[in-house]
Design a binder for this molecule. Structure first.
Ligand code: GDP
Length: 310
């Protein structure tokens, strides 16, 4: 079954790993948000791409969900000691990725080519595509002014109250090579349990992506469980945007796109409301605490997806 999954970082990577365990590698393409990408210490950093690739490669830090396992931070400590910007945690092994990516970008290689080559080197067989090779930085509009995404998310620890988001340059960005083709060829599209506002909306803002995804059977998995996130500010963002955070709110967020929606067992009472939006609900355990949980959820989602494929 040819599947395209749309993913941000931590939540997206976990389900992508489950899907990679459940499908032959040639059946899975993961399209990843690059709205969080930024330049730091002169390096091109792609946090969500790296989280997805490290996770699929078995290199990810199992505690944080981002960065690499067996990591040290000597270079970062040295930067801090010299009075440099030490607020964004870059481990020594991780720095190797950013150094090489930046070197390749400077010689004119596209992010999608670099990602393909890195995946090959790491033994990742699943196809991982950035949403675009063009920069589409997310700007967070807050009551304290406009902030580039990482300044909001990491430096300010998502504390400022959000008012909205802009994906700068999205209207003129081109989908990365293979993105539209993968969506058109997919038997179904899965939205991983990623932050709707700042992980999946940027991907959907790339011209052609939303329509191509909507044309396929489409199932989303809720990143909100019991009104809260497992990690990150998605629930806080809903509240600040004037919407009560819930699985139902996520289903409404995407509702014109969705055929099916997977919500957690703790939210089972919301299934009827989701059905009344014209979306078929599946209630399942969605909190992926282990690798086995990832595979089990992926298998449940794939079985559900199969019911939409005629
Ligand atoms: P980020 O870019 O690293 O913030 O990554 P994502 O947007 O992909 O992931 C953040 C979202 O993943 C949050 O809204 C979390 O609630 C959600 N998430 C993380 N782990 C899980 C999980 O095990 N199950 C579900 N359903 N959601 C999860």
């Amino acid at each position: 079954m040819k599947i395209v999954a749309l993913a941000g970082g931590v939540g997206g990577a976990k389900l992508a790993d489950g899907l990679a365990q459940a499908l032959p590698p040639s059946d899975l393409t993961v399209i990843v948000n690059t709205g969080d990408d930024f330049e730091h210490l002169g390096l091109h950093i792609s946090p969500d791409l790296d989280t997805v690739c490290y996770t699929l490669a078995g290199l990810a830090n199992p505690v944080t969900g981002w960065g690499r396992a067996d990591e040290t931070f000597h270079a970062l400590e040295a930067v801090r000691q010299l009075g440099g910007p030490g607020w964004f945690a870059l481990g020594d092994r991780d720095l190797g990725t950013h150094l090489e990516r930046t070197r390749r970008r400077r010689q004119g290689d596209r992010l999608s080519e670099i990602t393909r080559d890195f995946c090959r080197a790491w033994g990742v067989e699943v196809r991982v595509l950035p949403m675009s090779d063009d920069p589409v930085p997310t700007i967070v509009h807050t009551t304290e002014g406009d902030l580039p995404f990482q300044e909001y998310f990491v430096l300010r620890q998502a504390m400022p109250t959000v008012r909205g988001f802009t994906f700068l340059g999205a209207e003129n960005a081109r989908p990365a090579p293979g993105v539209l083709e993968a969506l058109q060829r997919a038997e179904a599209v899965i939205f991983c349990p990623s932050n709707p506002w700042v992980s999946l909306d940027p991907i959907l803002a790339i011209p052609g992506v939303r329509a191509a995804a909507a044309a396929r059977p489409l199932v989303a998995v809720s990143p909100i469980i019991g009104g809260q996130t497992v990690k990150g500010p998605a629930a806080k963002m809903y509240a600040e945007m004037g919407i009560q955070p819930s699985a139902l709110a996520v289903a409404r967020h995407y509702h014109d796109l969705l055929d099916g929606f997977v919500l957690d067992t703790v939210d089972a009472e919301q299934a009827a409301d989701i059905r009344s939006l014209g979306i078929r609900p599946l209630v399942a355990p969605t909190w992926m605490r282990s690798r086995a949980d990832r595979k089990a959820l992926a298998q449940a989602v794939l079985n559900f997806v199969q019911t939409f494929i005629n």
